[in-house]
Design a protein around this ligand. Structure first.
Ligand SMILES: Nc1ncnc2c1ncn2[C@@H]1O[C@H](COP(=O)(O)OP(=O)(O)OP(=O)(O)O)[C@@H](O)[C@H]1O
Ligand SMILES: [Mg+2]
Length: 691
């Protein structure tokens, strides 16, 4: 269709233009017309309202619409190719552009039919050519304003949303922080709760002491709740151990000037027991620097104290043991000489009855001395032990036999042996003696009679065993309970000391528990006593469980050795102690043997080298200077391998004599001629000496 140029007379716009918006915020107007002059004219009219984008065809308009937003589209109806109606239809069909108002520009066809078609295609208005700039501007202004307002509302909505989001984020952040804080507080509270400790605050001047704040489980540690402490003002000072009062008061007084204190004391808990507490505090000042309150901790250190005192006790026992062992060894040698000498006199000398009586008394005294020394050696862990698996059944029988005449009618023993209890690994005779000792102690503690309960139980490896035992090993626990007088706390640390007794002179030697202690230690077990004054005592003997292979070996019957010979032998006797050597020599000669003596290992080895090997037996002392008994025997075996040997010793350090050759027997000093003869006889049998 044809349109004449100058169809649209453009009149200059009268009003002054408002200040233009910045480019990115300016509303855009899409102007679609195939006539270049119309485009120019209208663009000029609208210039200051917004950015006017020009399109010369429907297609170009659609392209622009794909790229950006527009406040309004001014669309020429009649264009070659795609006309305004078609273009409007496509614009309305696209999501991106369907909301943009379309104003048709039409020069002709004002008929209602055309107008209707235009509206049905999505037009919101019509402007007729020639365009009146005022009318056009006012119409476009409406849409541009609408667009600007819509944008403004959108912007505000976005800003509000952003604000809302930020607020929400901040809230969530705060919530998370609060939760984290609560969790941290709960964690700390749980840690403090599980420690044997409480934290407290108490006023600077408060006397009697009453904490205003307590955290941690006061009830679990002391048996009293914070409320109970507050309700009873004198509770803390009343329950302080009398012996600790003065010291604690002094410490509390000095902390007022020094600003800090650390004091340990015994305090009686609700269950009546005294526990050791470490009480530490520092002074807190107020804003003006004046003393306000003390912040402190109360820690239960009872277990630590008890471990420390156990250690000190063990060290003390060890020291006494060493001392005792040394003295006992020397006494043993001297008693050997006395008993040997008395024995020889009784045999050889022609004596009056009176003299024989005196000699008998001397011998008995020496024998009692020997018994005393034996018990001391047991305490010093130097007795000769032969550990074997001990079935608890046979132990019970033997102990009952030993006690039948001793216990008296008022006291009875009740055995409670766990089903399937293991064999203990110990020297049976010494174990019997230990239990008899403990039962007699229990009897003595119950002068009015009662029941001694012996409980035997398995204690499998693990942390529930005394700390001094290897936790990886199984043990058998033999516990002797009584309901007697009990032991005072201050005596409890000393009852195992040798010669500690509360019994009347002549009634107790004070060596019973020492022996049991030494025996348990030497048997790789342990011994401990728990007692409460007035309620009774429990003595616990922990012994290792017998190894499986040893138990099996026990089940096979051992061969019974036949009795040995008593033909005269040529014997080499080595002992550095002159009297003992003389006495032993005399004893051997008394038994019909001939004896060559040597004062030490070196001399004896020399004699062997020179005199060849015409001895039937070598007897040597163990503890000798320079060359020990076992060293001498090893040397001797190189010179004359076939000669059997016996070690005699007053020093029952079996471990040290452990490096002797296998077939060498050990005989403890002092010994009787009979014991010596029996030992020689055993050796002769096992080495077929007589053959
Ligand atoms: N079951 C017990 N009840 C109460 N006190 C005990 C008990 N066992 C031991 N004691 C105390 O320990 C002390 C030492 O005991 P120990 O067995 O070492 O020596 P003893 O019995 O006095 O003398 P010994 O046993 O040498 O004849 C006893 O004197 C006694 O005071
Ligand atoms: Mg005793």
């Amino acid at each position: 269709m044809n349109r004449a140029a100058g169809d649209i007379p453009i009149e200059p716009f009268p009003d002054a233009a408002p200040a233009p918006l910045p480019d990115e915020d300016r509303p855009r107007v899409l102007l679609v017309d195939d006539d270049e002059r119309n485009l120019l004219a209208i663009a000029t009219v609208l210039e200051d309202l917004g950015e006017v984008v020009l399109a010369r065809s429907g297609e170009e308009a659609l392209r622009h619409l794909l790229k950006g937003e527009f406040a309004v589209i001014l669309l020429d109806v009649y264009m070659p190719g795609m006309d305004g109606y078609e273009t409007a239809q496509i614009i309305r069909s696209r999501d991106q552009s369907k909301g943009i108002p379309i104003v048709f520009l039409s020069a002709v066809n004002k008929e209602a039919e055309h107008l209707l078609r235009g509206y049905s295609m999505g037009a919101v208005d019509y402007v007729f050519k020639p365009v009146d700039p005022v009318v056009l501007r006012s119409k476009v202004t409406v849409f541009v304003d609408l667009f600007a307002k819509t944008k403004e509302i959108e912007r505000k909505a976005r800003a509000e949303q952003a604000l809302l989001d930020a607020n929400l984020r901040a809230n969530a952040e705060r919530l998370r922080a609060e939760q984290e804080l609560r969790r941290a507080e709960q964690r700390e509270a749980a840690i403090i709760q599980s420690l044997p400790m409480v934290l407290y605050l108490e006023p600077f001047d408060a006397l009697p002491r009453r904490p205003t704040y307590v955290s941690g489980d006061l009830k679990a540690i002391t048996g009293f709740s914070h409320e109970e402490v507050l309700d009873s003002p004198s509770l803390w000072s009343d329950r302080l151990h009398p012996e600790d009062r003065e010291r604690v008061a002094a410490s509390l007084e000095t902390r007022r000037t020094t600003g800090r204190s650390a004091v340990e004391y015994r305090w009686q808990c609700q269950d009546g027991t005294y526990r050791h507490f470490l009480d530490q505090a520092v002074l807190l000042k107020d804003a003006e620097g004046k003393p306000a309150e003390f912040a402190g901790t109360l820690t239960d250190v009872t277990d630590r104290r008890s471990l420390e005192s156990q250690l000190i006790q063990a060290q003390k026992m060890d020291a006494i043991g060493k001392l005792t062992g040394g003295i006992a060894h020397d006494f043993n040698n001297l008693l050997a000489a006395v008993i040997g000498g008395v024995g020889l006199l009784e045999k050889r000398a022609v004596l009056e009855d009176e003299e024989r009586k005196i000699l008998g008394m001397t011998r008995r005294a020496a024998e009692q001395g020997t018994e005393l020394v034996r018990r001391l050696l047991a305490f010093a862990r130097r007795q000769k032990l032969e550990p074997h698996p001990v079935p608890i059944g046979s132990l019970r029988e033997a102990v009952s036999d030993l006690l039948t005449h001793t216990l008296g009618g008022l006291v009875e023993i009740e055995w409670r042996v766990e089903e399937g209890v293991w064999d203990a690994f110990a020297d049976q005779a010494q174990l019997e003696l230990a239990i008899v000792n403990l039962i007699i102690n229990a009897r003595d503690a119950m002068p009015a009679g009662g029941t001694v309960t012996v409980i035997v139980e398995n204690r499998a490896s693990g942390p529930n065993q005394p700390a001094t035992l290897p936790p990886a090993n199984d043990h058998v626990l033999i516990a002797i309970h009584d309901t007697g007088t009990g032991i005072a706390p201050e005596d409890l640390e000393r009852v195992m000391d040798p010669f500690f007794t509360t019994k009347d002179v002549g009634k107790g030697s004070g060596l019973g528990l020492s022996m049991v202690y030494g025996f348990a230690q030497q048997s790789n077990g342990t011994f401990r006593i728990r007692s409460e004054l007035g309620s009774g005592t429990c003595a616990e003997l922990w012994l290792p469980r017998a190894p499986a292979d040893k138990v099996a070996a026990l089940a096979e019957p051992a061969e019974v050795a036949p009795a040995g010979p008593s033909r005269p032998l040529r014997i080499l006797l080595v002992d550095d102690h002159e009297e003992v050597r003389a006495m032993t020599g005399a004893m051997l000669e008394g038994l019909g043997h001939s004896v060559a003596g040597a004062a030490n290992g070196r001399e004896a080895l020399q004699a062997l080298r020179e005199g060849a090997c015409d001895y039937d037996l070598m007897i040597s002392d163990y503890a000798m200077p320079h060359v020990s008994g076992t060293e001498f025997l090893r040397g001797a075996r190189e010179i004359c391998p076939g000669v059997p040997a016996l070690i005699i010793t007053g020093y029952a350090e079996i471990d040290a004599i452990g490096d002797r050759p296998d077939d060498v027997e050990v005989l403890l000093k002092p010994f009787t001629p009979t014991a010596l003869e029996a030992a020689i006889s055993r050796i002769c049998t096992s080495t077929a000496l007589d053959g």
